[in-house]
Design a protein around this ligand. Structure first.
Ligand SMILES: NC(=O)c1ccc[n+]([C@@H]2O[C@H](COP(=O)([O-])OP(=O)(O)OC[C@H]3O[C@@H](n4cnc5c(N)ncnc54)[C@H](OP(=O)(O)O)[C@@H]3O)[C@@H](O)[C@H]2O)c1
Length: 333
């Protein structure tokens, strides 16, 4: 079968390889991948800026969906032919995770989804309802589960509340779609006037075209001076504007580090305003299951801005690196 290996720290180091198809053990399933999707993390892992990398070649990508092939003799959750999406944090099933349960993740340290078939423990797959196409499901595991966890598990989002999301990337577009479907009002910040229309089309109540230091003033105006109930920060770096844009006692989900992984803010501000800051590390399988159910029932279509073929994987990475995309980038097998 075909796979891609990352063999260095550049996109050019992606190599197509032929490898034998794996066979499942008793409690494992083989999944034939139909589509995979890219996340910012895939680039950070490849460049070696995400965390530990052993240096050995690995199969990249964390998102994927496909069809169950052969299954082990003890498998009970799925059958051959079932359509499934893969759980990125493979062993985090529900509730608060242990450190050990958060360690095995697809696309590093485990091999990822940019291969035609892979073997997983049966607990790592989530069956899909008929209403959810494989290509829509394939973009959900990382960005969608993180957005779900931030909005509903940590965020306890209520109808009518006001939410801020930053940019129009994978996490933020899915968060926009989900929060809008939950009858919350969403303000989107974007650095691009062209992408502002896209955010409005997908339900944004207000869009602030900003990269500058004063976007928080626009949030305060939108919330009659109070600040947002919940803010999803994917940018990192200087968090001062994000904290100023959040109401007294409000919630800030710390999700990403697009500008910088070093955070800066005035602790006195966070303390005096009793802000609830939470590091989000994707979410458990139970959140992915809830997300799958909601996306299918509400007939939401996750926004995919470009689709590539399996052979075009390096071009998909280049598109991610350019930052010109919106929503998700998909690879169709
Ligand atoms: N903690 C978790 O569980 C988790 C899960 C998924 C992702 N993440 C992290 O969340 C971040 C976003 O991931 P993603 O996959 O959604 O990324 P993405 O699809 O690449 O989207 C990033 C978007 O953010 C905006 N942006 C980029 N750089 C920016 C900057 N310096 N300042 C302000 N806005 C910027 C851009 O939108 P505009 O062009 O519209 O401005 C861009 O399209 C990454 O750091 C990723 O590692 C964390």
């Amino acid at each position: 079968m075909r796979a891609w290996n990352v063999t260095g720290t550049t996109i050019e180091s992606l190599q197509p390889v032929e490898v034998p198809e794996p066979a499942p053990g008793p409690a494992e399933v083989l999944v034939r991948i139909a589509a995979a999707a890219l996340n910012y993390r895939d680039l950070a892992v490849l460049r070696g800026t995400y965390g530990s990398r052993t240096g050995a070649p690995y199969v990249p990508l964390s998102d994927g969906a496909g069809t169950v092939g052969t299954v082990g003799s003890a498998v009970r959750r799925v059958r051959p032919g079932d359509r499934v999406v893969l759980n990125y944090a493979r062993d985090w099933i529900a509730g608060e995770p242990t450190e050990e349960a958060l360690r095995p993740r697809l696309g590093m340290p485990l091999d990822g989804t940019l291969q035609e078939a892979m073997v997983l423990p049966e607990h790592a797959v989530v069956p899909l309802p008929d209403a959810l196409p494989l290509e829509d499901a394939a973009v959900l595991p990382v960005a969608g589960t993180a957005a779900w966890h931030a909005l509903f598990d940590f965020g306890r989002l209520q109808p009518g509340e006001q939410v801020v999301v930053q940019g129009t990337g994978g996490v933020s577009m899915l968060a926009l779609q989900l929060a809008t479907a939950a009858r919350a009002r969403v303000l989107v910040t974007t650095r691009s006037a062209a992408k502002a229309a896209l955010a409005r089309e997908h339900g944004a109540d207000t869009v602030v075209v900003a990269g500058g230091p004063s976007w928080d003033a626009a949030v305060l105006e939108w919330t009659a001076g109070k600040g947002a109930d919940l803010l999803l920060d994917v940018v990192g770096g200087d968090l001062s504007a994000s904290l100023r844009a959040t109401r007294f006692g409000g919630r800030v989900a710390l999700i990403g580090f697009l500008a910088s992984a070093e955070a800066r803010f005035d602790l006195r501000f966070a303390i005096q305003r009793r802000l609830d800051l939470r590091g989000v590390s994707v979410g458990p399988r139970s959140s992915l299951e809830a997300l799958v159910r909601a996306v299918a029932a509400l007939r939401l279509r996750p926004f995919v801005s470009r689709t590539f073929s399996f052979e075009e994987a390096p071009a998909a990475f280049r598109a991610l690196a350019s930052g010109e995309h919106s929503g998700k980038l998909l690879i169709r097998f």
